[in-house]
Design a protein around this ligand. Structure first.
Ligand code: PRX
Length: 666
């Protein structure tokens, strides 16, 4: 954590403070007293929040923590997530309220869906899935662009109790196949394609390839349900492929929803860990919906009657699940959903959308904020952003410069910024200011939300004093917590609960510090996980992808600091002898070939920014690659202590290569 400590000592000098705006504080959904009340009786506090939802059978017990780390929340309770997100708002007389202002990437390609329309669509889709043989407990993979049908498909699955696994549309066929196989999905919902950067981008071919690969690995996909979005040509398999409009549109818009057990699986979301195999994070129904809906209401101070909320995350990530689908819809929010990229057809597209729909709450990632900073203040200045009253940030530490720019340029110097820390595993926001209560400090996520217990501890699990750093832990269960890893209870225990087993703490894998006021500053991962543009990537997974290339003998990957994306993927590769010429030089186009290979194996987001061909890798005597030293090279720093290397001259060889320019950066 050396680099982070240096960064932190700069951050610790941050003395700017922003009080909550008086108007917001006066009418805030949550006030200061919530912290104390929740602390005195956390289970009572969460039970009170659970009352915000509609239940069939009420729970008998709030939390069963008799067999840690396997939690059960709202034991004995029954509910339906889709009914809570849709039907109940219609029943309460809000059927005409817009649920989703959908904005396609091509200009003027928009659709508004009211809650009543959304209910009809979800019911139709649920009826269609039933007709296609989907039953409670079956797994459905969803590989889609940002379309209303994506949310509809998720909600239809939830309605039936068929856990979905949404795979980000930017992931490769291989990544999709491995997820389909791991969770045993027999149905895939997809689209012909979506619009990205002004052009149609195909999805169906990747599904065709993934389904074939899954079959080779013993997982048969019976049905592929395809939304027609772009109208591009697709290969069609009559026995397997079904058009969404043919299967769904003719269905009845009535559907009797079954009540599911509070612990019934809602979805599996794959995320990178420290090994090559992604982890299937399992979220269940009742606790997840309580955690996401309450935090969405509290952290963004949501007023569903008047606010227009926009979370820019893709539905393929957990943020899109918790704060685009389940949290906001459970709260009856009106929200924007945008299909495309921020610069299509011009760099002001997002701000144009904010102006058009009068967005009041805006939630995005630091990497996007830094990109806008680069594009210049004159871009947002052309639009009226005065509707915005709360700004949120998620996915990676927000540096004070980006925080200030966000507050000043997007928030007119007066809108509070909530920096929200959480993870795929936590399901819900855990550490964040409350905009009507907590003052803002640029760069700090401040403190745990009411009902949540977080601390920064040392190696022994002892709380560190203010002004010191250590590891972030969560000290008690919370409703939206992951329940296990799909099919792998042991890895679940090992990854999150073994490090502080004697204390019963959840180990988040993040380094953090407490400042002099005890407020928390997140410092990034302490394991072999990178954070590129707020997306989690595993070094090992990319290394495996590189090594699977016929010309690669060995590979080591590190995340190097990057001004825009937070971290960038840098790879060091040893080639097989057969791939080099007599002088040991590599063919010129090989680096491009390797980068493309990673994109094919995992997805374009994992493409290394830089690949260096090296003769050796720095290893300890026990054979462990010392990535810390490679990171020094990638970040153009003096190389640190090499005394534990088996061969201390290796770093000289690598440095020599770097100086000679044997790398490719773009
Ligand atoms: O390192 C932390 C970082 O993102 C990780 C979780 O990534 P993922 O599961 O993909 O979820 C991203 C969206 C919740 C964390 O372990 N992270 C997330 N939010 C923040 C953050 N780091 C600093 N500040 C944040 N606000």
């Amino acid at each position: 954590m050396n680099d982070s400590s240096a960064a932190l000592s700069n951050l610790m000098h941050e003395e700017r403070r922003f009080e909550p705006p008086a108007e917001l504080a006066d009418a805030a959904n949550v006030t200061e007293e919530a912290y104390e009340r929740a602390d005195a009786d956390p289970e009572g506090f969460w039970a009170e929040q659970a009352e915000r939802l509609d239940w069939g059978q009420k729970w008998e017990r709030v939390l069963d923590w008799d067999d840690p780390p396997f939690a059960k929340w709202f034991v004995g309770g029954t509910l339906n997530a889709a009914v809570n997100c849709v039907d109940r708002h219609v029943d309460a007389g809000h059927g005409d309220r817009v649920a989703i202002h959908w904005v396609g990437e091509p200009e003027d390609d928009t659709r508004d869906l009211t809650y009543a329309q959304l209910r009809d669509e979800v019911c139709r889709a649920a009826n269609a899935l039933t007709e296609l043989g989907v039953r409670k407990g079956d797994r459905v993979a969803i590989y889609m662009p940002m379309l209303p049908e994506t949310a509809i498909a998720m909600l239809a699955c939830a309605r039936l109790g068929a856990p979905h696994t949404v795979v980000f549309g930017g992931f490769s066929a291989d990544a999709l196949a491995s997820r389909v196989v791991d969770c045993g999905a027999s149905v895939v919902i997809t689209a012909d394609g979506g619009y990205r950067r002004g052009a149609p981008s195909a999805l169906k071919p990747a599904v065709d390839e993934a389904v074939a690969k899954a079959a080779d690995q013993g997982q048969q996909v019976e049905t592929v349900l395809v939304v027609r979005r772009t109208g591009q040509d697709v290969d069609w398999n009559e026995d397997r492929d079904v058009w969404w409009h043919e299967a769904v549109d003719q269905q009845d818009s009535g559907h009797e929803a079954e009540l599911h057990d509070a612990e019934h699986p809602l979805y599996v979301m794959y995320t990178s860990g420290t090994t090559g195999k992604p982890k299937g994070i399992l979220h269940t129904t009742g606790g997840y919906l309580v955690g996401t809906s309450w935090t969405h209401w509290a952290v963004f101070d949501l007023k569903p009657e008047t606010d227009v909320y926009w979370c820019t995350a893709d539905v393929g990530w957990v943020t899109g699940h918790s704060y685009l689908v389940y949290g906001p819809l459970a709260n009856g929010a009106t929200q924007v959903m945008y299909e495309g990229t921020p610069d299509s057809p011009h760099k002001g597209r997002w701000w144009e959308i904010v102006e058009k729909y009068g967005v009041t709450i805006f939630y995005t990632a630091p990497t996007a904020i830094r990109t806008f900073m680069k594009w210049g203040d004159d871009v947002p200045a052309k639009f009226d952003l005065s509707s915005i009253r709360v700004l949120g940030s998620v996915g990676e530490p927000i540096n004070p410069e980006a925080y200030i720019w966000y507050r000043e340029t997007i928030g007119a110097g007066k809108v509070p910024v909530v920096d929200t820390w959480w993870q795929t595993e936590t399901g819900q926001i855990m550490i964040s200011p409350l905009p009507g209560v907590t003052h803002g400090k640029p760069g700090s996520a401040m403190k745990a939300l009411p009902g949540v217990a977080a601390d920064v501890v040392d190696d022994h699990g002892e709380s560190v004093p203010n002004g010191s750093g250590g590891y972030l832990v969560l000290q008690r269960p919370w409703p939206a917590m992951l329940r296990t890893l799909w099919g792998d209870d042991e890895r679940f225990k090992e990854t999150y609960w073994s490090r502080y087993a004697d204390k019963g703490f959840y180990f988040a894998g993040d380094g953090a510090k407490k400042d002099e006021d005890g407020d928390i500053w997140l410092l990034g991962r302490v394991d072999d996980v990178m954070n590129v543009s707020g997306h989690r990537l595993s070094t090992t997974e990319i290394e495996s992808a590189l090594v699977s290339h016929a010309k690669v003998a060995e590979a080591a990957v590190v995340g190097a600091a990057d001004d825009t994306t937070g971290q960038a993927v840098c790879a060091f590769v040893i080639l097989r002898e057969s791939a080099t010429d007599d002088e040991g030089a590599a063919p010129d186009d090989l680096i491009k070939e390797l980068r493309d290979h990673v994109a094919k194996e995992i997805g374009a987001i994992a493409k290394p920014r830089q690949i260096m061909i090296v003769p050796e890798l720095p290893k300890t005597r026990s054979g462990k690659i010392m990535r810390r030293l490679l990171k020094d090279v990638a970040e153009h720093r003096e190389v640190g202590d090499v005394t534990t290397l088996a061969d201390s001259t290796v770093m000289d060889l690598i440095k020599k290569k770097e100086d000679a320019g044997s790398s490719d950066e773009d």
